[in-house]
Design a protein around this ligand. Structure first.
Ligand SMILES: CC(C)(COP(=O)(O)OP(=O)(O)OC[C@H]1O[C@@H](n2cnc3c(N)ncnc32)[C@H](O)[C@@H]1OP(=O)(O)O)[C@@H](O)C(=O)NCCC(=O)NCCS
Length: 162
């Protein structure tokens, strides 16, 4: 008899998962840009911040840290495990969260992304996010170099009552 592999699920992550988030974040961002477990804990201690993930079994495939402010959900960070990249995980995660966010009164995704993060910019553009503007020299790299932040947003799909 063959065991079926675990299904993908949308789950909430908690303070206790800070180390797992930091470990995945470290694989997703260059040195100096990844957040450590303490930074995740500090963020998750804010009432407006929460973390959600697409998981399979015990594995986090992709996770997002969100800050909700009235009717906007700001993506503080988003990362997909290297082994799960370009298989639609991040897209399914964001899309899968929309119904519950819309239900709680959120109407718009918001984020900023570094101008030199070509893969993420392409991801957001291909998933319907539009560019609203830029913040000059917003990010500082380890070498002291400054990089603009590109501000993006996307309206959430209204849920049709059935
Ligand atoms: C951005 C990121 C979250 C996307 O996760 P993902 O699960 O691989 O994304 P999906 O599979 O849902 O979407 C893939 C699509 O995004 C775009 N994309 C993602 N990575 C890309 C890359 N390196 N180069 C070009 N396009 C890319 C493409 O449109 C791609 O579609 P394709 O494979 O058909 O070309 C992931 O690449 C990541 O963790 N990056 C490092 C962390 C980061 O930059 N986070 C975002 C800033 S907050």
């Amino acid at each position: 008899m063959t065991e079926s592999s675990p299904r993908e699920e949308l789950i909430s992550l908690a303070l206790a998962d800070a180390a797992r988030m930091a470990a995945l974040h470290e694989t997703a961002f260059p040195s100096g840009q990844a957040w450590d477990a303490r930074q995740f804990e500090n963020l998750l201690n804010q009432e407006s911040v929460s973390a959600r993930a697409l998981s399979r079994g015990n594995d986090i495939l992709s996770f997002v840290l969100l800050q909700i402010a009235v009717d906007e959900a700001e993506i503080l960070t988003l990362a997909t495990a290297l082994s799960a990249r370009r298989r639609g995980c991040a897209a399914r995660l964001l899309l899968g969260l929309e119904p519950q966010l819309v239900e709680s009164g959120v109407t718009r995704w918001l984020l900023d992304v570094a101008e030199d993060n070509a893969g993420a910019l392409k991801f957001y553009q291909d998933n319907g996010f539009g560019i609203d503007g830029r913040r000059r020299d917003y990010y500082q790299r380890l070498e002291g170099q400054r990089v603009d932040a590109i501000l993006m947003s996307k309206p959430m799909a209204r849920q049709v009552a059935t």
